[in-house]
Design a protein around this ligand. Structure first.
Ligand code: E4P
Length: 220
């Protein structure tokens, strides 16, 4: 399963990229707004740091606008994936961009039928938002299981990119379901890294080593 980071924060991107953990990045207008500054500079810098797929979202809602923006975003690099919303106009843009060799991530997917239609329109990725479904009392992971079954039944090449991930258990469940990608907020990736027993064990190893050094220096 591929791991993408769901952020526009350059420090977090560099930090986890330096650990070799990142296969790509997803951003959206809200994530860029959270960082402030010039979003175009930020998007360009992200595409410089990351060599894997970088999803950059259009903000137009009409076909012509999405096409124009999508092509402009691709000027940042051949690894840019254009993120289009799950609307009729978005699917139209998805079809045209895909036919022109520009990969598309269809975002804001909340039902198996939406995922099916995005795959039919040629999307490289569909992004089901599981956390937002959990927030309204549904079980977001059920959506991933349904999409997985549909895509497997009909051999769709479209990849399931699990989005709106809230905690490490989502990642384990997505991996068990066979999702292609998870996109993680930095905080979730940070939680996956750590364990109280790792910290406790390391502290004990270091304390024992210090004690051994002290014992040896007392002998000399
Ligand atoms: C995915 O591409 C989106 O950027 C993101 O996962 C949305 O997550 P949220 O529901 O935490 O805003």
């Amino acid at each position: 399963m591929k791991i993408f980071l769901d952020t526009a924060n350059l420090d977090e991107i560099r930090k986890y990229n330096d650990m070799g953990l990142l296969d790509g990045i997803t951003t959206n207008p809200s994530l860029l707004a959270k960082e402030g500054g010039d979003p175009h500079e930020a998007m360009e810098e992200i595409t410089r740091i990351i060599k894997g797929d970088v999803s950059l979202e259009v903000v137009s809602t009409d076909y012509d606008g999405m096409m124009k923006e999508g092509k402009k975003l691709r000027e940042y690099g051949d690894h840019v994936v254009v993120k289009c919303p799950m609307t009729g106009e978005g699917l139209r843009a998805c079809k045209s961009l895909s036919e022109q060799g520009i990969p598309v991530n269809v975002t804001l997917v909340f039902s198996p039928n939406q995922a099916l239609l995005a795959a039919k329109a040629g999307a490289k990725y569909v992004s089901p938002f599981i956390g937002r479904l959990d927030d309204i009392g549904h079980t977001g992971m059920d959506l991933i299981k349904e999409i997985k079954q549909i895509f497997t039944n009909y051999n769709f090449n479209t990849q399931i990119l699990v989005a709106s991930v809230r905690h490490p258990q989502h990642v384990i469940d997505a991996a068990k379901t066979g999702a292609d990608v998870v996109t993680l907020p930095p905080a979730v990736l940070g939680k996956m890294l750590g364990h109280a027993l790792t910290d406790k064990g390391l502290k004990a190893f270091l304390a024992d080593w210090e004690k051994l050094q002290a014992d040896n220096s007392n002998k000399t």
